[in-house]
Write a protein that binds this ligand. Structure first.
Ligand code: KIV
Length: 262
């Protein structure tokens, strides 16, 4: 299947279900494992800036970082749709957005994601018209964390809810095939989902409020213990296993007798 065909198949799940499963993946082995587990969408998210590269937030991520990790994920040749995030400052206008989306696609992405609503519509339209599927991202926008002074819940007031719906409508008119909704209060997320004709993919929006869910891989597998968002539901404790394996290796190496080569 081509990228646009895969994106269309995800879009059609709005009507037919089942809910869409999306996980972030930043490297070849994780992409293979998640794909083999049946995950629908692999998102090479700019969250890699925090959970892989050790930056405090996603505002440090560059297009070169993304190209490197998109290429690693694409080498797994996943059956799942591979989405690459356009990082901060790479989509200031439609022409630049399209040029950088093309670079992500050349690296192996089958679709791109960018953050924001009304003010991104012309950029989304330019990318979609070039044949590249686009996923929107509304609610809490991590690329704006510094301007907003933290990670804040959205959709708490009727005004905020109306602004989210207006943003969603402009993205839909521009041609997105799905919209990630981040940290929107559950009632508003469900209200938006009922009004948006493409799948909503929720994170931090409560359970069963969206047409699918996305999780940051390290939150799911428990491999980044220094920060775990309150809404995360770890299914494994990989950090403990890595620590135990390293400690066992260290002891084994220190216990081994030095060979007498003389
Ligand atoms: O970069 C990312 O991982 C994301 C998810 C939080 C949706 O955008």
């Amino acid at each position: 299947m081509t990228g646009p065909e895969k994106a269309q198949a995800i879009a059609s799940r709005k009507a037919s279900g089942p809910p869409v499963s999306m996980l972030t993946a930043y490297d070849y082995p994780t992409a293979r494992l998640f794909d083999e587990a049946g995950i629908d969408v692999l998102l090479v998210g700019d969250s890699l800036g925090m959970v892989v590269l050790g930056y405090p937030d996603t505002t440090h991520v560059t297009l070169d970082h993304m190209l490197h990790h998109v290429a690693a994920v694409a080498r797994a040749k996943p059956r799942a749709l591979v989405i690459g995030d356009l990082p901060i400052a790479t989509y200031p206008d439609p022409a630049t957005a399209l040029a950088n989306a093309c670079r992500l696609v050349d690296a192996g992405a089958e679709a791109v994601k960018l953050e924001g609503g009304v003010r991104q519509a012309a950029k989304v339209r330019a990318i979609v018209e070039a044949g590249i599927p686009v996923c929107g991202h509304l609610g809490m926008l991590p690329q704006r964390v510094l301007e907003e002074g933290g990670y804040k819940k959205k959709g708490k007031t009727p005004e905020q809810s109306a602004a989210l719906l207006e943003g969603a409508q402009s993205l839909i008119d521009a041609g997105v095939f799905a919209i990630v909704i981040e940290s929107v209060v559950p009632d508003t997320a469900a209200w938006l989902t009922a009004r948006i004709p493409v799948p909503t993919i929720g994170i931090g929006c409560g359970e069963h409020t969206c047409d699918g869910e996305v999780a940051v891989a390290t939150d799911l597998i428990g491999s980044f213990p220094w920060f775990v968002p309150p809404f995360a539901k770890p299914e494994a404790d990989v950090a403990s296993q890595i620590s135990a394996a390293a400690a066992a290796y260290h002891s084994r190496v220190q216990r081994a007798p030095v060979a007498d080569l003389g």
